[in-house]
Design a protein around this ligand. Sequence first.
Ligand code: WQD
Length: 365
Amino acid sequence: MSGCILLTGGAGFIGSHTYVALAQAGYDSVIVDDFSNACRSVPGRLEQITGRPVVCYDLDVADPTAMNAVFAAHNIDAVVHFAARKSVPQSLAQPQGFFDTNINTLLSLMKAMDRHRVRRIVYSSSATVYGAPESLPIPEHAPLSYTNPYGLSKLMGEQFLNQKARGRGGWSVGILRYFNPAGAHASGMIGEAPRSDGGNLMPLVAEVAKKERSCIHIYGRDYGTHDGTGIRDYIHVCDLAEGHVKSLDLLLGQGRSHTVNLGKGRGYSVLDVIKTYEAVSGQNIPYRFKPRRAGDVAASFADPKMAQAVLGFEAGRNLLEMCQSSWRWESAGKPMGPAMSATITTTPHPEMQFTPYLIGQSQYV
Ligand code: WQD
């Protein structure tokens, strides 16, 4: 397939890997990101990986004027909406901020899409919309609920988009429910680099391996799992990115809306992750058991059959590859400065004043 795809939050962890997968699949992409949770060196590194110039705008997706300028400047065929906050602990501490970012921004983006007659969107959702699963593996028709404001914001986003797809406006929507993304691009040039501690396991394990953190706190050792620690469905971020390409292919090819899980369909425990990371890094990873974490479930892993049937998607990479690629990225020191520079502008509209941020010259890097 081909076309021009707008990636909101496209400089972030999943967004940047999806940018690479789209380039490899023949799509052109435009990134918009406010860099609240992404490094300004990412566009330059994407240029190095893809060998092509990157078009990236530093702007707030909720800013209708700026977004109108982007849609007016590019012939956008579809949008992949990554721009959202995703930390469960932070959502418990700042629920209003999550509703504002995750819901109001989506509504503003949908208005801009309508205004420019762009009616294809892939939405970054999450397994948190299943709440505490009643049975495993989790199919897409499992009951939906939420145990935190983050999960509620994702559930509401799904409902808004499903309503749009049922309307007569000709919208097609791909809702992708991520389980636990992990790992990094094989080049070691892009990976997970949260600006704030989102509390996710693998980045924390990596910090211990790098001696930046003394030990991992394992939340709960008395779950009914094979080793008593929590089980999750970790999926390689490059597999996840490839799932987005397949979702776009379906939307642009057949205009067929869909909601699918993106997971491996099997779970790994906290101790499985720690032992595998020790093996690939050659580093000892000390840990201490702590009480269970509020909002955690014992085990969560996807039923991947719908993604296979609807998208022809299967997550092929295993936990070893996730840990190996993560360690390659982390031990390379998360290269922050690219050899090439990518121009990040604030808006493409010639009538609007903007200051191009050349990597290395920006006060943000
Ligand atoms: C994984 C396991 C913890 C940290 C969240 C979001 C989900 C997705 C991924 C966006 C659990 C244990 C963790 C630590 C630990 N985000 N753990 N010590 O909570 O499954 O999912 O992030 O899409 O939507 O809900 O991920 O990495 O925080 O935890 O023992 O220091 O590791 O208890 O069993 P989670 P996580």
